[in-house]
Design a protein around this ligand. Sequence first.
Ligand SMILES: Cc1cc2nc3c(=O)[nH]c(=O)nc-3n(C[C@H](O)[C@H](O)[C@H](O)COP(=O)(O)OP(=O)(O)OC[C@H]3O[C@@H](n4cnc5c(N)ncnc54)[C@H](O)[C@@H]3O)c2cc1C
Length: 494
Amino acid sequence: MKRRTFCTAAVSSLALGSVSLRRAFAGTDSSPDLPAMGYSGKQTILKGSDIDALRASLRGQLLSAGQDGYEAARKVWNGAFDRKPALIARCVGAADVTQAVRFASAHQLLVAVRGGGHSLSGQSVCEGGLMIDLAPMKSIRVDPLARTARLEPGVLLGQFDREAQAFGLATTAGTVSHTGAAGLTLGGGFGRIGRRFGLACDNLTAADLVSADGRFVRASATDNAELLWGLRGGGGNFGIVTSFEYRLHQVTPQMYGGSLVFPYVEPRALLGSFGQFIAGASDQLYTDCAIVPTPDGKRVVVLDVCHSGTQPEAEKELAGLRKIGKPLIDALRPINYVDLQCAGDANYPQGRSYYIKSGFVSGITPAIVDTVTGYLEGAALPGGIILFSHQGGAISRVQPDATAFFHRAAPHSVMMVAWWDDAQDAERSSQWIRSGWQTIEPHTDGFYVNEVSADDSERRIRGTYGTNYPRLAALKRHYDPENLFRMNANIKPG
Ligand SMILES: Cc1cc2nc3c(=O)[nH]c(=O)nc-3n(C[C@H](O)[C@H](O)[C@H](O)COP(=O)(O)OP(=O)(O)OC[C@H]3O[C@@H](n4cnc5c(N)ncnc54)[C@H](O)[C@@H]3O)c2cc1C
């Protein structure tokens, strides 16, 4: 009897077409109409029949609240952004991306694009709109002879590093391995070997993109070269990249690095010595410097070091770094590159709430050291981390207009990071950043678009693209005239 009922249902749904067929097998009813957020900020109602047609057109899942997988899919790295999209399209290929983009365009929906989900400002999830989730798109192909790699947009950095290093190859990737390659590359992409090989986006040689009208566009040196120029630092402004192609470099798996920890005593002298030392560093040396609160209410200075030369070269250069103060912990050692790339992962757990401000600085100068240490002396709380990240080298030898990434000359950026697990601490932690940033920001010039905050002004965002902005705005007009892709360090088409 059961079997007969099933057959009847299946046959009648076959006659009604593939949408109904799917429903029959899934045993679900038609989707109800759904309120959704439009990109203009006004609510719209999506018809259940339109939702069902989109679902039927995808190979991946289309999820709404209450369905299995919806809660996990809407979670992003920064737990401060607890948003509920009306729909989540879990794309498994470029065809799914095209369908999702066309649907969003036709219904003028607010769109969030998720690669690795590590947007500091939570821009990869939206309230009430369509989240286009690329996380299932995870293929990586390395060509060891050509020294190239092709990645889908859901790949995480640790996965990329591991595949490339299997052939003794790598390209610049960020310092926390659970970050996504997609967002990182499109905004720039700093990392431990960036001073030798440039930004991740400098190593991006081609990309496939779905533009706002659902067109599939190839960007390379020979096809739509202007688009490739814009994808190298212009963020996710022009469409959704479904495939990234990179140049790889031969890199020894055995590096020299780890942490060097100093007590936070006489910090002006310590940071001043570090500033002098690091200004003369070779391209093989990368050193981030963080002032970190300890559980007992004190602070330490933690240097995160990677030397990609030979061990004798590393030991020779690092002898100077070891002398800037008396280390509490010296954990510098020969270390496998892939292991080093994930050594700091646990410091930035997923799902915790974070608030971040950052900007480029012209060096670790006495003025910035004085400002940072002065703020920490006066601050009521140990607060969060203040981090000087290391840039320069090959990154600064590229002209500011050679790619969309403008701020090439800055040898460092300064970043304030606060976090909380309990919502009650949100205001206190954010205030620690806001008041500190008031004193630190005047020392900065521009900021990294991948570190944009939800409260950054349009003026500040426009300024960070520098004189590249008009060229980027022209590209935006061409590929996304309605500004469908606006959840990013946004370039306005108008
Ligand atoms: C713990 C941590 C460590 C970090 N370390 C570094 C570092 O060492 N170096 C560095 O340079 N940056 C670093 N960052 C910043 C990082 O580059 C950005 O957060 C970046 O956006 C992360 O990319 P994602 O794909 O994970 O992010 P997502 O949140 O998925 O995406 C961020 C934005 O990128 C765009 N986007 C993503 N995928 C696509 C796509 N396929 N097509 C078009 N647009 C897309 C969208 O606008 C989206 O809002 C770090 C961030 C975190 C949280």
